[in-house]
Each structure stands twice: as structure tokens, then as C-alpha cells.
Design a protein around this ligand. Structure first.
Ligand code: 3AM
Length: 197
């Protein structure tokens, strides 16, 4: 099963992100390379193909994470590039030390569960599109047009282990289990949904 750990986003935030999905040629002809709103998320850790036994270890390690809730806000748009190639256009995430803290705990848990370390700097983002050879001038125009993009702050109350499967047009993400973050007056967090198959 192909798995990743991520923050799901509230519906009103996904609705705002949807408004960013246009005004940039992203593919050839009718190919729609904009991420569908139901797929918007902030990846904390991509796990890749994981067998059932390792999925259980990862699940147990994630369920043991104790971390507080926090507030988050999306801000700005930018692109990941590799040389001249545009790999992804994304909405940014306002700096929030609690998010880095949660990421670090997830990373430690995953490694404790026996998976290899990630080794890459965490750049929180919400992928909007992985465009195919967009004209650079158009991309620059798109980034300038949306540079003031900003959402209201929203509360992050849990993180989620998702499975990912290829759909006919887009990936299909399914929440396997969610892990609650603790409210200020509580100590501790726990899993809130059914366990990993
Ligand atoms: O949409 P974002 O960038 O948050 O890019 C993929 C997506 O993250 C990433 O995992 C998330 C859910 O699919 N992903 C997919 N394949 C990957 C790989 N081989 C990968 N990240 C790292 N290495």
C-alpha cells in the first residue's frame, strides 16, 4: 500500500485554494493537471510502498505521538523547480514552529518504525498543479497575480495517514487513520479512526 502522512484541510480552505486553480496552461489539450479540491493536503511525510506489517508499525508509532494543536494559515504561491523544469506550483504555508515540531515527531516515529529517514528539508506546501512545460512568462505572471493569496487561520486538530492509489485522471487518497493532537487543557493524543488494514 502506498502511504503518506499529511494534514487534511478544512473545506473552506480547500474552496479558497480552488480559486487558484486556473489561469495557467498546465497540460496538453484537455489534460487537467490541477489537483482536485478533495486532494488538497499538506504532506508531512511521504512513505511510499509499505507492506502490511510495516504499516502496522508506522501506525503504532504515529499513534504514540504527543503534540499540541496549533493554528495555521496558507500564504502566497510559489513553484518547485529543477533546472528549467517546473515540478509543482503550490500554495505556501505561513511559518509556524508547531508545524515543524509535528513534522519532526512524525519523522522520528517513522524512522522508529523501521523506515529509512527522509533526509530532505521540510518545505510545507499545498500542491496546486504539476504542470507540463508551462511557458515561464505565464508562470511568472500567475505567481505575481496570486502573490497576495492568504487564508484565514485555521485550527489543526489532527494529522492523517493516507493511502494513495492511481485513479483514471487523478490520484485517489483515502484516510486510513487520523491521530488527534491535544487541546491546550489536555495532555496526550490518540488515534480517532479505524486501524490500518
Ligand atoms: O502533493 P505533495 O507535494 O504534498 O508529491 C507527492 C505528494 O506530495 C508526494 O507524496 C504526496 C502524496 O502523493 N510523493 C509522491 N511520490 C513521492 C516520492 N517518490 C513523493 N514524495 C517523495 N518521493
Amino acid at each position: 500500500m502506498r502511504l503518506f502522512v499529511a494534514l487534511a484541510l478544512p473545506e473552506e480552505i480547500r474552496w479558497q485554494l480552488r480559486l487558484l486553480c486556473g489561469g495557467l496552461p498546465t497540460g496538453n489539450g484537455s489534460v487537467n493537471r490541477w489537483v482536485p479540491p478533495e486532494n488538497f493536503h499538506i504532506t508531512l511525510r511521504f512513505l511510499g510502498e509499505v507492506d502490511g506489517r510495516d504499516a502496522h508499525y508506522v501506525d503504532a508509532a504515529l499513534a504514540g505521538i504527543r503534540a499540541p494543536r496549533f493554528s495555521l494559515r496558507l500564504k502566497g504561491v510559489d513553484a518547485f523547480t529543477s533546472g528549467q523544469r517546473v515540478k509543482a506550483v503550490y500554495a505556501g504555508v505561513e511559518k509556524q514552529p508547531a508545524l515543524q515540531h509535528l513534522h519532526d515527531k512524525v519523522e522520528s516515529a517513522v524512522v522508529r518504525a523501521g523506515l529509512p529517514p527522509e533526509g530532505q528539508k521540510f518545505t510545507p506546501h499545498v500542491t496546486l498543479t504539476r504542470p507540463k512545460d508551462p511557458p515561464i512568462a505565464k508562470l511568472q505572471q500567475y505567481l505575481v497575480e496570486h502573490s497576495l493569496f492568504k487564508t484565514a487561520p485555521f485550527e489543526v486538530t489532527h494529522f492523517t495517514l493516507f493511502s494513495s492509489e492511481m485513479g483514471s485522471e487523478h490520484s485517489v487518497y483515502t484516510a486510513q487513520r487520523s491521530y488527534a493532537l491535544s487541546a491546550p487543557q489536555q495532555s496526550g493524543a490518540g488515534a480517532t479512526e479505524s486501524s490500518v488494514a
